[in-house]
Design a protein around this ligand. Structure first.
Ligand code: FNR
Length: 340
């Protein structure tokens, strides 16, 4: 008999796929690059190494699964894809396995299949340092993501209602031997949130903005009375969140609604040190299969270097300097949030 928590993991995968929209709503189309007709460089001159840990690539597969038999199999596939491509990868939340140790192997399989890769563990905020330590040890994590998911919890009838998170988070950041990356789950972050995180010593954040996987929608699907469906547009898009983060000196990563290599290029141009992809990878695994998803990730690697050439950028620092124009709505957002 499957536990309620394991069942929820399967439901998340099923419903994320059901809600998947091939079109991104993360605001990447609000940012236009200026075409360079004379780049005076070769694609082979492009370096994509990010200024982040020992990563080889500026994009990664972000947190999704684990905690049930079926999602364990997904983690096995994702681990193999990460090993074959050299991409960093995160597990889904490990908290189910802290409560029930028999589920640990559904996360550990990612490490078994990717022994030398960079793997980020994952836990929700509100967990203690002892929990974080166990999660890191469980998969020999190179870094640990702590996710902030207030909107998701509030939509869930069985979700948390107490969000005093900063004290535990501060302790985890202070004690962890591996980097702690604080992330959202698809509602974005504001400059105010970033300032709170910085104050407790957080250095790495993933703003995980709105525009792709939407946990208000997913949690609403889980019950008859879809009484909070009005939250489907809650939060800041990935693009808006990157503008929010533009004045921060923290190391900023971005996830949310990435569908193609141009979305990655746009997020990198707006200051992300690396860009996470979740829903689209899952969609490809479910609809096309593992070999095709591996090829898709390889194609992203190749295409990203080609797009760098299209804007005349040899490396990611140069990319951040290339000219872009924002659409009126984004200009308006930046103005009202004093982000100019
Ligand atoms: C997620 N996401 C997520 N995030 C997290 O920190 N812990 C988790 O356990 C999960 N679980 C999860 C399950 C599934 C099925 C999906 C699709 C996503 C959120 C994910 O890491 C990411 O922040 C958002 O999904 C936004 O990115 P995409 O999906 O739009 O690329």
């Amino acid at each position: 008999m499957q536990s309620q928590q394991s069942h929820r993991k399967d439901e998340h995968v099923f419903l994320a796929e059901k809600a998947f929209d091939q079109e991104s709503h993360a605001g990447f189309d609000q940012v236009r690059f200026i075409h360079t007709a004379l780049p005076e460089m070769a694609v082979s001159e492009v370096t994509l190494t990010p200024e982040l840990f020992d990563w080889q690539w500026p994009f990664y597969i972000n947190a999704m699964t684990g905690g049930s038999k079926q999602t364990g199999e997904r983690n096995a596939q994702l681990g193999r894809i990460a090993a074959a491509t050299g991409l960093a990868i995160a597990t889904g939340s490990q908290s189910v396995a802290l409560a029930d140790h028999s589920l640990a192997e559904t996360f550990q399989v990612m490490r078994h299949n990717n022994p030398d890769g960079f793997i980020l563990g994952n836990l929700g905020a509100g967990k203690t340092w002892a929990d974080a330590k166990d999660a890191i040890a469980m998969i020999d994590a190179n870094a640990l993501e702590i996710h902030l998911n207030v909107a998701q919890e509030l939509v869930m009838p069985e979700g948390d209602r107490d969000f005093h998170w900063l004290d535990d988070l501060a302790e985890i950041v202070a004690k962890s031997p591996v980097p702690i990356l604080v992330k959202e789950v698809g509602f974005g972050m504001s400059q105010e949130t970033l300032a709170q995180l910085k104050q407790i010593g957080v250095q790495y954040v993933d703003i995980a903005g709105r525009g792709g996987t939407n946990f208000a929608t997913i949690e609403n699907y889980r019950r008859e009375a879809r009484d909070m469906s009005y939250l489907k547009n809650w939060g800041q898009t990935t693009t808006e969140s990157l503008l929010e983060a533009s004045t921060s000196d923290m190391t900023v990563l971005a996830t949310g609604g990435v569908r193609n290599p141009l979305d990655i290029l746009t997020a990198l141009r707006l200051g992300a040190r690396a860009v996470g992809i979740s829903g689209m990878v899952l969609h490809s695994l479910i609809q096309a299969g593992e070999p095709q998803t591996l090829e898709l990730m390889r194609a992203f690697q190749t295409r990203l270097a080609q797009l760098m050439t299209l804007v005349g950028a040899r490396d990611l620092a140069s990319l951040r300097q290339v000219p872009v124009v924002y659409d009126q709505a984004l200009v308006n957002y930046a103005k009202q949030r004093h982000l100019e």
